[in-house]
Every structure is written in C-alpha cells, then in structure tokens.
Write a protein that binds this ligand. Structure first.
Ligand SMILES: [Mn+2]
Length: 320
C-alpha cells in the first residue's frame, strides 16, 4: 500500500504537513502504508503530472488543489489554492470527507492536526513540539526580531535546512526524521549540518552587510543592496539590528535578477499604530501586497527606477 504525499517544496510548513499527515494516516487510515514524498514548487498552469498520483492513495498538503481523478486527500490554507478554472467548484462538489481548505488556518500543519482531532478522533500528542514550531514559523509570530535572525533554536535551523536544501533525495528522509526524532537531535544530524552550516555563514555575512547599509531617519529605515549579486535575504535582519524602527523600505536584487522593492511595517509594533496602507503605496508602483507588508518589482536594468521608488516611498512613510 503506497501513498504519494505531494507537499509544498522548500517550506517548513510543507515538510511538517507531510510528516503530520503521515502520522494521521497511520493512526486513522492504514497503519502499514508506505509513503513517498514529492515536493511541489509553484509554476504557471497545472503544476501536477499523472505520475504524481500513480499510487494506491495520494494527498496534497500545504499546496494548490488538483482536480486529478486519483487525488485522495487534500489539506491547505492558502488563499491562492484554487487558481485554475473550475477548481473551486470541483472542491465544493466533493463529498468524500477527505478534502479540507481553510484560509484562516495559521499553518497547514496545525490544520491537519485540528481536522484529525475534530473529525477523526485522532490525538497527535507525540507531535506537540513540531506543531508548536510549524505554527510559529508559518505565521512569523516570533517573540523577538532577534529569534528568526540568530537562528539558534533547533527548529529554526531545521527551517533553514528545508529552505536551502537543493538535494531532493534528502527530502523523504528528513520528513520521516521529523516524525521520529526530537528537533534538537535532528538539527545535529550530519546531513542537516551539511546544508545549514554554509547557509548560516552566508546569513552572518548578510547581517554585517545590512548593518553597514541600513539608514534610519524619522523612524523609517532604508537600505540599498542593488549593487549585490541576485539572492534572497532573511527579511527580519533590519528589525533585529534596529528594533525601534516603524517602517522598513529597501531595494535588493531577487534570485531572478530583478530589482525588488520591499516595504514593511515593523511586525513587533502594535498593529493598530500603522498609519499607512502599504499595499496601496506599492500598487502605485505596479506592485502589491498586504496593508502591513508589500513590494514591487523592476526590471534587471532599471536600478535607477527602483531607487527612485525607494526614495519616494520612504518620504511618503516619513510624512506619517
Ligand atoms: Mn503553509
């Protein structure tokens, strides 16, 4: 009895969802099932293939829906779960009792545990630590800005492993280990260190780079990293360096080479003290987002445009 588990790739909640689904399935459906984990990344159109569903049973967790006739189980909490024509209607018409979607669930990992408890009488008591961290990480509700930057907690090192690992052959083993090994012990495993150590080294260099570039004026911090090679940065570094700032605006080059304007309201300040709609500020620039965080993208050869947008946005935020 083989079960394919299709899960969001390179995301801690995706890996933890696959692990918790496995424990749920063994407890409530079939104890002797064997699991194959298949990471899925976003792409335009239908990201799934027939081979994804070529098993005795299948599940999609923390990722987009599929109308594939062989889909068994579905658990997701993304607003963007139903992107193709007819998918939402297909989901709504399903009466198997095996497909679940709640855009208000803080993490998909926690959502699987909740459905397991409420609908199937499952008690995921052995998974308390994993459930706690998956929820904290996916909602980014860290008690301090230092926590997601120092990355000292074993769970945050495992998050770093999931985000940076490029070797698909390690994924299945990692998900199995998440179920069977205390997080502190798994964070010390040699195959985890092989990925985490170089990532932490780059991250420490990023912290020093940001320390040198960050400018604060009237509670608004800005940075210009447009001269750096394309890559992604830990989005909390500036808040850890300057915890009192109200807004953060910066330009960097994303992994695709484009200039990326990032705008945010300090998530550690009270939500009701925000006096700008960041989504609206970014929409003026052809971007978008949420009231408290957003961004806009500019072509790889348009650094000047991106830096002008940075200056304009910072000036608007300073006017308060
Ligand atoms: Mn998620």
């Amino acid at each position: 009895m083989r079960v394919h588990v299709l899960h969001h790739a390179a995301c801690f909640d995706g890996a933890a969802s696959a692990a918790v689904f496995t424990a749920f399935y063994r407890a409530c459906v079939r104890e002797d099932a064997e699991f194959v984990y298949i990471p899925k990344a976003h792409q335009p159109g239908d990201p799934f293939t027939d081979a994804d569903f070529d098993a005795d049973d299948s599940a999609i967790v923390d990722f987009r829906y599929s109308t594939h006739p062989r889909l068994g189980w579905y658990f997701d909490h993304h607003v963007s779960a139903f992107q193709l024509d007819g998918q939402r209607e297909h989901f709504d018409a399903d009466d198997s009792g095996r497909r679940f979607h709640d855009p208000n669930a803080p993490s998909c990992t926690g959502y699987i545990a909740t459905i397991g408890r409420e609908r199937f009488g499952w008690q995921p008591t052995a998974l308390t630590e994993l459930l706690h961290w998956a929820e904290l990480i996916d909602t980014a509700s860290f008690p301090t800005p230092a926590m997601p930057v120092e990355l000292d907690e074993p769970a945050l090192q495992l998050m770093t492993f999931v985000e940076q690992n490029r070797d698909v052959s390690r994924v299945g083993r990692f998900i199995t280990d998440l179920l069977e090994t205390p997080l502190a012990q798994l964070a010390r495993a040699p195959y985890v260190r092989d990925v985490v150590e170089p990532a932490l080294q780059t991250h420490r260099q990023d912290i020093e780079l940001m320390r040198g570039r960050l400018r604060v004026e009237d509670g608004v911090a800005t940075y210009d990293l447009s001269d750096q090679p394309p890559r992604s940065y830990n989005k909390f570094i500036a808040y850890a360096l300057q915890p009192q700032i109200r807004y953060l605006v910066g330009v960097s080059r994303g992994p695709d080479g484009c200039h990326k304007l990032s705008v945010g309201y300090n998530p550690w300040l009270p939500a009701d003290e925000r006096d700008h709609d960041i989504a609206a500020l970014c929409e003026r620039l052809g971007g978008g987002g949420h009231p408290y965080v957003g961004g806009a993208s500019f072509p790889a050869d348009a650094a000047a445009l991106a830096l002008a947008a940075l200056a304009d946005t910072a000036a608007a935020l300073r006017r308060g």
